[in-house]
Design a protein around this ligand. Structure first.
Ligand code: GRF
Length: 199
């Protein structure tokens, strides 16, 4: 079993996955950003890292092809996007769909896209949260695996709300990856079914 984690920045979700003692033989971390702080976290844990600097590629297709080449070499059971800030093309998504997941900082389908916490505050919602979902060609709209909700509190800023959501991300992402690696996730009619634990 091999897990590939794609990051672009701080890598706190990647760290939560690395600390979760997942049932996987090998983990590889790949970043499109050579300065991603998450790369240091991975290296300090002796995790293999690769950088595919998107600025060196003329277009999305060639970037996705270079990324695919590295990922294919890992023969991944699962590819987990964790704070990965590039939009992946349909060819890439179709190649890895059913074993390509993402964590999004909102209760999808609400607030797909960027700046989710500021938008949630702007809308005055009382409940916000995060979602782990399968990645499909339609951005932030794949079958939902697990969600967590947090209250929006008086005086919240995008930062305070975001920090509360991030705490929950670090709980639900390892849970979703563990379920997947245990083979307990199936998708029927676009909806995820998680089999109960087989004792
Ligand atoms: C965070 O906003 C998180 O909600 C989203 O990506 C951003 C960075 O995450 N998933 P990470 O700390 O790099 O995992």
């Amino acid at each position: 079993e091999s897990l590939v984690i794609l990051i672009s920045g701080q890598g706190s979700n990647m760290r939560a996955l690395l600390d979760a003692k997942l049932p996987v033989k090998r983990i590889t971390v790949i970043s499109n950003n050579p300065a991603a702080a998450g790369l240091e976290i991975a290296r300090s844990r002796n995790i293999t890292t690769h950088v595919i600097d998107h600025r060196l590629y003329s277009d999305r297709t060639t970037f996705d092809a270079a990324l695919t080449e590295i990922i294919e070499a890992c023969q991944p059971s699962l590819v987990a996007l964790a704070g990965f800030m590039r939009i992946l093309g349909d060819n890439f998504v179709n190649r890895y769909q059913k074993r390509l997941i993402n964590i999004h900082p909102s209760l999808l389908p609400a607030f797909s896209g960027l700046n989710t916490h500021a938008r949630a505050l702007q809308e005055g919602v009382r409940i916000h949260g995060c979602t782990v979902h399968f990645v499909t060609p339609q951005l932030d709209h794949g079958p939902i695996i697990i969600q967590a909700a947090v209250p929006v509190l008086t005086g919240d800023t995008p930062e305070t709300l975001g920090a509360r959501v991030l705490q929950q991300e670090h709980l639900i992402y390892p849970q979703a990856v563990r379920w997947f690696l245990e083979g307990r996730i199936t998708v029927a009619h676009g909806r995820v079914l998680v089999q109960s634990a087989t004792h």
